[in-house]
Design a protein around this ligand. Structure first.
Ligand code: T1G
Length: 689
């Protein structure tokens, strides 16, 4: 059996190299192999010190997440880490890439930590609904103090090598190209010094100081209550770090383990682990060979410098890609560039960007009123308003301007991409790139595959998404593609319940209680009712509100009234408008009572739409639909997305309840064929039906 941890001894230094592609996840086989190598080196009298280093692109990136939920396999993390920490010879972690989770926790159990200059360390377990379960909540506070430890663990952020050195997380830095040699030299120096081996667990100075701050933990919890709302892991992390300050090390480890076991068994963590893998699965397109040639994208054109065009442009500027920005008037062009500049300046003021980067990025824009300037770009993204004739006219012109092989993309959010492609002589080069507002923030990018879009163009779009920090989900052509189509029923049901007499504040409260950042009507007010402007075929409350100038939060009144702090409150005017529209449309009063009943109306309709999107082949897989909801509509990540959530409820129960709802509310609740097939076979979304 090839050992995943191989040892080479040079000049008395044992270098144990871990090699478990792609990210050296600390799987059970790797833990076992490492323990064998460690014991062998400790028993070898020729060995005076031990270096742990990794092959490939990164140090250990954490426990093997695929092992969660399975029977634990030895050696356990605590056993392996105790063997390292209690070793009689110096053990030095040589870190490159990203030492994360259990990987960084292993480094904390080592006596010394060396980092390559480009390395990063972190404890991102919180993003999986977990906490560092291998001593991280106990060792880290002893090195950096409770406050820094709470920030690092609850944020899950990656810390660059220089900051790690300053914090005392690593002991020295070496150049990227010199990590192995630097670690050997460092080991030799450690041996030569012959001093006692430092153990993080023995450090008490930092936590002694923390014991003098009795409200440290309650203050931290209170200061972050909004950010942590609905999430179990942050609260558990606070408890674990508090145990590090208040309990002896071993008791703190026991406390940490108990909290970890609770989290790893929770629905929330299962949902967040599902999202982790779903994000990565979304980038895989079955019918695209792995070696599919892609177009090199060195320059981009964006047509339209409005809200979407500006946000789209920023994605490319952030990736260092030049953008030719086209508008029809100088005023619109100037306004577009000004908004981009202001966005960057706001980021600088938050300390998340250096001031000199603003000019660097703005300097990548070539503003122009002349579409002919797009003749040499590799990709053009059209981001003008949603009118099929305007888009077809633009693509007809582009066809005569852009170079052979250039990709022409539309940011359309629901129009028929095939009709847009048909305006050109090269539909194989036309693709949809549907960004979500604000386009420079939302991570979802729907790549819309037209009937004639070529495979290299799809492969290029999927690859480009990752390059600009987006998660691409491939969509077929339909009204609303995936995310907008998926969530439309939630709005329809919310507005139906409103007209039946269910208070809009109750509907919104149920959605916020479920975990959405805000309810349906509050979101409409935030976006602006005039912006949403639907092609209503009949009288609507929104239409009456707009006619009355109640455009939403920006006007201090929409569905809700807003005080000077923009806090929403019930509006008698809106209540009267609801009654007037309900009467005009002969809608009987029949309020939906109870949170569960309101939630079922709102979200079962979404689950049903997701099943249709999947059954029609618009989405490649169930988890893509979950990703579209989580990343496109902020579906609470600890719910895993609509289809993952439906699986947890049980499809049989959903079908039965939908049939009752169908009897009262009709078609929208007729269970889709796929949903019925899965339920009848005792299957779940994600199974082949
Ligand atoms: N376990 C299993 N597979 C993993 C993995 C992991 N920890 N990390 C990544 N992969 C797979 C991933 O699914 C993908 O597979 C491939 O590796 C490349 O990943 C005890 C309990 C390291 C920053 O949360 O953040 O330790 O799709 O596409 O963009 O306290 O992967 O190719 O088949 O993301 O270069 C804590 C998770 C675990 C880190 C690299 N650690 N990973 O990003 O590549 S819990 C994490 C990442 C834990 C301890 C606790 C990123 C990355 P495939 P990728 P990347």
């Amino acid at each position: 059996m090839t050992e995943l941890a191989a040892t080479a001894v040079t000049g008395g230094i044992a270098i144990i190299t871990l090699d478990n592609p792609p990210v050296n996840a600390l799987s059970a086989p790797l833990r076992a192999s490492l323990l064998r190598a460690l014991k062998q080196a400790l028993g070898d009298t020729a060995v005076t010190a031990i270096v742990l280093i990794c092959a490939g692109r990164t140090f250990i990136a954490g426990a093997d997440i695929t092992e969660f939920g399975k029977a634990p396999q030895s050696p356990s993390f605590p056993d392996l880490f105790a063997a390292i920490e209690q070793a009689a010879k110096p053990v030095i972690a040589a870190i490159h890439g990203t030492a994360l989770g259990g990987g960084f926790e292993l480094a904390l159990a080592c006596h010394y930590r060396l980092a390559a200059e480009s390395a990063k360390v972190g404890l991102p377990e919180v993003h999986l609904g977990l906490l560092p379960g291998a001593g991280g909540t106990q060792r880290l506070p002893r090195l950096v103090g409770a406050e820094a430890a709470l920030d690092i663990i609850t944020s899950g952020r990656q810390i660059g090598a220089r900051e790690a050195l300053a914090l005392g997380l690593v002991d020295a830095l070496v150049s990227d190209s010199n990590l192995r040699k630097g670690a050997i030299a460092y080991a030799r120096d450690v041996v030569a010094q012959g001093s006692a081996l430092p153990k993080a667990r023995d450090r008490s100075d930092r936590i002694a100081a923390d014991r003098e701050k009795p409200t440290l933990f309650s203050d931290f919890a209170a200061a972050n209550s909004r950010r942590f709302k609905g999430f179990a892991a942050p609260r558990a992390i606070i408890s674990a770090v508090q145990a590090a300050v208040e309990l002896p090390f071993e008791e703190g480890l026991t406390r940490e383990a108990a909290l970890f076991e609770q989290l790893v068994a929770s629905h929330e963590s299962a949902a967040q682990r599902h999202v982790f893998f779903a994000e990565r699965a979304a980038g895989r397109v079955p019918d695209l060979p792995a070696d599919m040639p892609i177009h090199e994208i060195h320059s981009v054109g964006v047509i339209g410098a409005g809200t979407m065009g500006g946000g789209i442009t920023m994605n490319f500027l952030n990736a260092g890609i030049a953008v030719t920005l086209v508008e029809t008037t100088q005023d619109a062009l100037d306004r577009g560039v000004t908004v981009i500049r202001r966005n960057y300046e706001a980021t600088v003021s938050k300390g998340r960007m250096r001031a000199e980067q603003v000019e660097q990025r703005i300097g990548l824009i070539s503003p122009t009123l002349d579409m002919a300037a797009l003749s040499d770009v590799d990709l053009v993204i059209e981001a003008v308003y949603e009118n099929i004739d305007v888009k077809r006219e633009i693509f007809g012109k582009l066809d005569n301007i852009v170079k052979p092989g250039a990709i022409m993309a539309s940011n359309t959010s629901f129009l028929d991409l095939n009709r847009i492609a048909a305006a050109t002589r090269r539909p194989e080069s036309v693709v949809g790139l549907h960004f979500f507002s604000p386009a420079n923030v939302m991570r979802l990018l729907e790549v819309v595959r037209g009937a004639k879009t070529s495979k290299p163009v799809i492969a290029t779009a999927m690859h480009l998404a990752k390059r600009i920090g987006k998660v691409a989900v491939l969509s077929g052509v339909c009204d609303g593609f995936i995310a907008n189509r998926l969530l439309a029923p939630r709005g329809a049901q919310a507005e139906a319940m409103m007209l039946e007499g269910t208070p809009i504040a109750e509907i919104d409260r149920v959605l916020v209680e479920y975990g959405f950042a805000m309810g349906h009507f509050q979101m409409m007010d935030l976006v602006g009712l005039d912006v949403i402007g639907r092609d209503a075929t009949e009288r609507t409350v929104m239409g009456d509100l707009v006619a009355a100038g109640r455009l939403g939060q920006k006007r201090g009144a929409g569905y809700y009234d807003y005080d000077d702090k923009r806090r929403p409150s019930a509006s008698a005017t809106t209540a009267d408008m609801i009654d007037a529209v309900a009467n005009a449309r002969n809608i009987a009063s029949d309020p939906t009572v109870g949170s569960e009943a309101v939630l079922a109306r709102l979200l079962y309709s979404v689950v049903n739409e997701g099943a249709k999107i999947l059954d029609e082949g618009i989405a490649l897989r169930a988890s893509d639909i979950d990703i579209a909801a989580v990343l496109g509509y902020n579906w609470p990540v600890y719910r895993g997305g609509p289809l993952f959530w439906a699986n947890q409820i049980g499809l049989n129960r959903i079908v039965a309840e939908m049939r009752e709802l169908e009897g009262r509310y009709g078609e929208a609740f007729r269970p889709s064929d796929l949903l019925v097939r899965l339920a009848e076979k005792g299957l779940v979304f994600g199974d082949a039906a």
